[in-house]
Design a protein around this ligand. Structure first.
Ligand SMILES: [Zn+2]
Length: 228
């Protein structure tokens, strides 16, 4: 079987590679390095006060110098972490190509790095996703698969739901023969607190269509993902 497999690093084409504005790290005011920095979003006083309350609760003094601007920074950071609430990830799948030169094999984007936050602790989830589909005539620019992932990852999540939402979005909007999504991630709420087990990865997968129904298709896609 022929196949199209791209590691994420090689899939970033020039007109669609970088997520520009989303890399403005709120904690590092390096606006000098950015051309025409966008105005920072306002953080309402009540939000800043809530963060000061949390700082006090954790044992800090929110009035000490190093923490003066922290509430506003944290507020802006959370706008970025949760940017997905203000977008519909399926918009990335609206531009499809039907001329695929007879290509009707698996399309796979492998090891896409992502960050999310768990809804139970608001702690970081960091990991990699592999997303594959078997087209039914229609394909998308491959970096769009990563955009769909980020659209759902930039919300409060549980890994199982993130995996399912990415798969379902591709299934609904590309109407392919099959979708396979495998996510491996580490959870800050596990590695940095509680049982404190750094390095432990959690793996979730969602198979739809042919990858769910046909064991040999599933074996093939899993082996392409390096999980065979
Ligand atoms: Zn958690």
């Amino acid at each position: 079987m022929n196949l199209m497999t791209l590691d994420f690093a090689s899939a970033q084409d020039s007109h669609d590679g970088c997520d520009d504005a989303s890399h403005n790290h709120a904690g590092h005011d390096s606006s000098a390095h950015h051309h025409a920095p966008a105005a920072k979003p306002a953080v309402p006083e009540e939000v800043q006060e809530a963060i000061r309350t949390l700082l006090r609760f954790a044992g800090e003094d929110p009035s000490r110098e190093g923490l003066i601007d922290t509430p506003a920074r944290v507020g802006r950071a959370w706008l970025e972490y949760c940017q997905g609430y203000r977008e519909d990830p399926s918009v990335h799948l609206t531009r499809t190509f039907e001329e695929v030169g007879g290509y009707d094999e698996i399309v796979l984007l492998r090891d896409i790095p992502f960050q999310s936050h768990c809804e139970h602790h608001m702690a970081p989830i960091t990991g990699k996703a592999s997303i594959a589909y078997l087209p039914n005539n229609r394909v998308v620019g491959i970096s769009k698969l990563a955009r769909v992932l980020h659209g759902y990852a930039r919300r409060l999540q549980v890994q199982e739901r993130l995996t399912a939402e990415v798969a379902q979005c591709i299934w609904d909007h590309l109407q392919p023969q099959g979708v396979a999504v495998v996510i491996e991630a580490q959870h800050g709420c596990m590695t940095g607190r509680g049982v404190c087990t750094p390095g432990v990865g959690m793996v979730t997968s969602r198979m739809l269509g042919c990858f769910l129904q046909d064991a040999s298709s599933r074996r093939e896609v899993m082996s392409l993902m390096g999980r065979g």
